[in-house]
Design a protein around this ligand. Structure first.
Ligand code: PLP
Length: 368
């Protein structure tokens, strides 16, 4: 049996008509850049989140960068983020001219350890950017109160947390603005790069929109210099076609995760994901911690099961951040877990038969 890490073809087949029609419409109407499909998706996504503004961008990295840049973050400033994430979370801080300041992860839930944040705040700190990694939200209420107390911007990286919740409030609604990615493998994925910003702040929404479109809200009237970070019409139409299915797909991820946790629970060498109280984990990733992780991953691969590691090297230890002079001992939990974490196949269409096979193969590995 083969169990891919994700299978985007199955999803396409299940909604082929809607997708093909969406693509055909954009091409027939030559609505490639801007225009009605982009406007429609922005409206659809803003409605889903109950926010005033959704600004579509070329990808979820740009959307993080644009938020910070338009908040005036730049040279001499510091932004606090987490040691274990995708590099977008920190490279965008550097792109503004500011310096990323990393915080270790929580030993139970694998996202930023809110208890370590205040010690990293200095006179230069301008914002905190937590990442709701894997689909489970950080302790956003504590982080929000830290931001309020120190008058810092709260910017949420929601690239992995579409529809995730904490105390019944969705990821992306607690801070000044939030960034989403619609990279194909994300819980809501385009067929190419795509991303967006959501915010209720009118002034910030306007400058973000302007900046992402060469600094002009009206053609040829450039109020500032900006960048080209537009969502294209094809991706927008595809995203609008997929959006009505997001709740159902998310629920399937959640029930798949519950099934995995049930069938893996008897294996002593494996630690299954722990749910933070009062959260809705949407399982962009289903991450276990496993003894002899590398040997296990190799064994699974030999038996047709694809896995991945998110992420194998903590950000501050990467070559790119050598200049900050961090050592592995500065992030003991991230450093320990980088050798234990393993992301198992996870997508809505995953079957119980496939999950049973994954669990049996893991059992077989440990009883060798
Ligand atoms: C995917 C991702 C991003 C960036 O998204 P792109 O659309 O690929 O630019 C940012 N942060 C995190 C945590 C991500 O997983």
């Amino acid at each position: 049996m083969n169990v891919p890490f994700v299978d985007l073809k199955l999803q396409y087949q299940s909604i082929k008509k809607q997708i093909d029609t969406a693509i055909e419409n954009v091409i027939t109407e030559t609505a490639f850049i801007g225009g009605k499909y982009v406007n429609q998706f922005e409206k659809d996504f803003a409605t889903l989140y109950g926010v005033k503004h959704c600004i579509s961008c070329a990808n979820g990295t740009d959307s993080l960068y644009i938020i910070m840049k338009m908040l005036g973050i730049g040279k001499g400033d510091e932004v606090i983020t987490v040691a274990n994430s995708w590099i977008s979370s920190s490279e965008t801080i550097s792109q503004t001219g500011a310096t990323p300041v990393f915080v270790d992860i929580d030993a139970e839930y694998y996202s930023i350890n809110e208890k370590l944040i205040e010690a990293k705040i200095t006179a230069k700190t301008k914002a905190i950017m937590p990442v709701h990694l894997q689909g489970q939200m950080c302790d956003i209420e504590t982080i929000k109160s830290i931001c309020d107390k120190h008058q810092l911007f709260l910017i949420e990286d929601c690239a992995q947390s579409h529809l995730s919740e904490y105390n019944n409030i969705r990821a992306g609604l607690r801070g000044i603005a939030a960034s989403f990615s619609f990279y194909p493998g994300k819980n809501l994925g385009a067929y190419g790069d795509a991303g967006c910003i959501i915010t209720n702040d009118d002034a910030l929404a306007e400058t973000c929109r302007m900046y992402a479109r060469h600094g002009a809200l009206i053609k040829h009237q450039h109020q500032i210099e900006g960048i080209n970070s537009r969502l294209d019409g094809l991706q927008a139409a595809i995203l609008s076609a997929k959006l009505p299915h997001l709740v159902e797909w998310t629920n399937k991820r959640i029930s798949n995760a519950a099934y995995y946790t049930k069938i893996l629970s008897g294996i002593d060498e494996v630690i299954t994901p722990k749910l933070r109280p009062n959260t809705k984990h949407t399982y962009h990733l289903y991450v276990i911690r496993a003894k002899q992780r590398d040997a296990l991953a190799k064994y699974l691969k030999e038996n047709g099961i694809e896995t991945a590691i998110h992420y194998p090297v903590p950000l501050p230890i990467m070559e790119a951040y050598k200049y900050l002079h961090y050592t592995e001992n500065d992030f003991p939990v991230s450093n320990q877990y980088k050798d234990e974490i393993l992301s198992l196949p996870m997508f809505p269409e995953l079957t119980e038969t496939q999950m049973n096979y994954v669990a049996e193969t893991i059992k077989a590995f440990y009883s060798k």
